[in-house]
Design a protein. Sequence first.
Length: 510
Amino acid sequence: MTHSVVHVWRLLRWGRTLARHGALRGIERDPLTPAPVRRLVRIARFGARIPKTPAYADAFEALGPAAIKLGQALATRPDLVGEQAAAELFRLQDALAPVAFPAIRAAIEASLEKPIGEIFASIEEQPVGAASIAQVHRAVTPDGRTVAVKVLRPGVEEEFARAIETYEWAAAQAEMIGGEFARLRPRLVIATFRQWTARELDLRREAASASELAENMAAVPGFVVPAIDWSRTARRVMTMEWIDGVKLADRAALMKAGHDGKALGARLVQAFLRQAIVDGFFHADLHQGNLFALPDGRIAAIDFGIMGRIDRRARLWLAEILHGLITGNYKRVAEIHFEAGYVPAHHNIGEFTTALRAVGEPIRGLPAKDISIGQMLDGLFAITRDFDMQTQPHLLLLQKTMVMVEGVATSLDPDLNMWDTSGPFVKEWLRSELGPEAWLADRIVDDLRTLTRLPDLVRRIEAQFPAPGAAPPPPPLPEVALIRINSGWRYAAVAIIAAAAGVAAAVTLS
């Protein structure tokens, strides 16, 4: 186990790195930043030469792959971090310094246990994209198919393990303080993050996720998932169909190719809602670098390392919450929060309804460009504090992806209205899931399952209460009061029983 001194040293080094690149300047100057946090930032930057322009991407890249993941999410939200910061952070998506090809060649051959010449007819040494965990090379198979070959960066597993271990240590220290830190449950959040990264660092699981998502989205004509080449896939290498399209990040190229940004934005939102609400299995890393517009107007996705799952009950709650916010039915939204246990029962549901209305009404029906995300988040955070709402780790991926999808969609269509775009879809799904037909279908299924369990129930009852045998039933035993004589009462009871047995034997013999 790593010593606490090592964790403290890592945290200080990370804070120093952020300060040296000017990445903490915004936190220090924000009037809403708590005074203790502002003091820590000043300590971190003490004596450092701060650049005039913050180098956010360089800072996150210097911290390692785990921090890069955070930077990728922030790059989709210029409304939160500013246009300049978002533009710089965007290069973290797939424009990092690549690993030299000899190391990549060795990784491919070791994983697939063949010389690279037997695996591919040709492979480009210069990667088409290099991200925090892996890089991608274009190749041609011996049968002439163009494919994308994804290879894990050497040593990335060890880097993630060290970073997450320190995150866990820091989360435990913070949670021990109690109060707001305990409510946010940082240890559980980091445990969830560990699960995400474990899936992302095994490319076989990523390939399986892509295959499952492709099956789920087969009936959606506007969304494409590339096919997996399983014969050229292993834990550290994954090979898939090559996607030839325009990245959604390149707005100029999209317009030049004649794509309709409004249609692409709406199609992305609808595809995400289909995955999250209907199937309960969704792509949880939908940033601009992972999305392409195909010549026919469809959207193709890549990078299936981070996927999310939600069970049916949670999906129903989510859909009802969205529909309630869209229609202004804040009372129902409040009821769902109490039913799901997100708000402790001792709070007043009417007060919670009013708090939701105060946040929802100012933004309902407005296009994204007219919504103050900062004010909305401030209102939501105030609600979670005032009503003792704990962090729900099982919803973190969904929340992260919803923010990311909105950021990408509004970059394609600044006038996009998320409510209008998602409203009809959510309403129709709720009708199909909660309408009378769905109620009857669920009742029939539940009753049939109950009937099939009846024979087993009868057998277990018989085992617990067997039929009378040949021996007659025992006579009723009188109640006897036990006398407790400190710790020796057991020995007294044994002596009395033994004496009684001796008397009975003597009577029998006489």
